[in-house]
Design a protein around this ligand. Structure first.
Ligand code: BMA
Length: 332
């Protein structure tokens, strides 16, 4: 299969505003062994904002990662966060290597955590429920390779719905990965899989796309963020690794309220592109924005929480109507 074309310079949309005090969470805010603090799921629960964040601990100075756990933080305003004294989840046994990239959703009063799991036999994605953010009941795990599951915050037609991002490696070659959908009667057994959005439909991706934060209900449809990745072989060292040739941006799409595998529209240009200093320099993997949390406030503001340069956790906001207006029908 032909390589997809290289993507040129990209810029963030004028409708998105980074919080001036970014990052909202970083290693120095965490009262235990902490390193890269990024890719955080966020929800509103019992009157507070709750964040579960990824912590790749080790040494920032020595550019070393020793392991990964998930941390927990609470906030009254969604901006200033108080981190709990110990991590809330770590998974490691003979088969499981680590849990990461949490997304949170509240559905019918219950909190669910969607997560990725590196195992000795591939990358799996799962959904767990929790009552206290420390104890988790795993309800389902996919077969490898899959990750970036996001659960819709409501049942639709009596069923649970999710987006996911499998990694098919045979048919198309390389990393050409798309966003898929499945549903379930009970959160455990998943089926009715459908392709939602393919990477070649996104003008600012040439490698892979994946669900970002859980979809937000609006009158016009499910407003859904996604990450879009482009690779350029001419990019060299750009972080801790010998080479990092990818750029992660964020786009939005609008899914049908009743048939959420149907794309009503998508932003033709990315909404958030790595441009701020903490997104493009000094991190583990520069040139990456990776949202895992989004909250739609009553005043129409959408708060998007994202990992920047795989190193810190940041906040950007936009008006929901502005995001919806960017979603135009697909052309291919
Ligand atoms: C993805 C995941 C994310 C990470 C991103 C950028 O494939 O591994 O956890 O933030 O790459 O490195």
């Amino acid at each position: 299969m032909d390589p997809l074309p290289l993507i040129d310079e990209l810029h963030s949309s004028p409708i998105i505003h980074r919080y001036a005090g970014n990052p909202v969470l970083q290693a120095s805010d965490v009262p235990y062994n902490a390193g890269l603090i990024f890719n955080a799921g966020v929800c509103k629960y019992q009157g507070r904002y709750v964040m579960v964040f990824r912590n790749d601990y080790g040494s920032l100075e020595e550019q070393r990662i020793d392991g990964t756990n998930l941390g927990l933080a609470f906030s009254d305003d969604g901006i200033h966060w108080q981190v709990e004294p110990r991590p809330c989840l770590a998974m490691r046994d003979e088969e499981i290597l680590r849990v990461y990239d949490p997304r949170l959703v509240v559905l019918e009063g219950v909190v669910y955590l969607c997560f990725a799991l590196d195992t000795r036999h591939g990358v799996r994605a799962g959904i767990a429920s929790t009552g206290d953010f420390y104890h988790y009941e795993i309800l389902t795990l996919t077969v490898p390779d899959n990750r970036n599951i996001v659960l819709f915050p409501e049942r639709i037609g009596g069923k649970y719905h999710r987006l996911e991002r499998p990694f098919p490696v045979y048919s198309r070659g390389g990393e050409r990965f798309d966003i898929w959908y499945s549903d379930s009667p009970d959160l455990r057994y998943w089926g009715d899989e459908r392709l939602v959005l393919a990477v070649e439909q996104v003008p600012y991706a040439n490698t892979k796309i994946g669900p970002a934060a859980p979809p937000l209900r609006t009158d016009r449809g499910w407003l859904t963020t996604f990450h879009a990745v482009d690779t350029d072989p001419s990019r060299g060292k750009n972080g801790w690794e010998a080479a990092w040739r990818k750029r992660y941006t964020m786009g939005v799409m609008l899914l049908d309220l009743d048939e959420p595998w149907k794309v009503i529209g998508m932003s033709r240009e990315p909404v958030l592109v790595p441009e701020a200093e903490y997104e493009v320099s000094g991190g583990f993997r520069n040139n990456a924005v990776f949202p895992c949390g989004a909250i739609l406030e009553h005043n129409g503001e959408v708060r998007i929480y994202y990992g920047a340069a795989d190193t810190v956790t940041c906040l950007a906001t936009a008006q929901v109507d502005d995001l919806l207006d960017l979603c135009v029908p697909l052309t291919n």
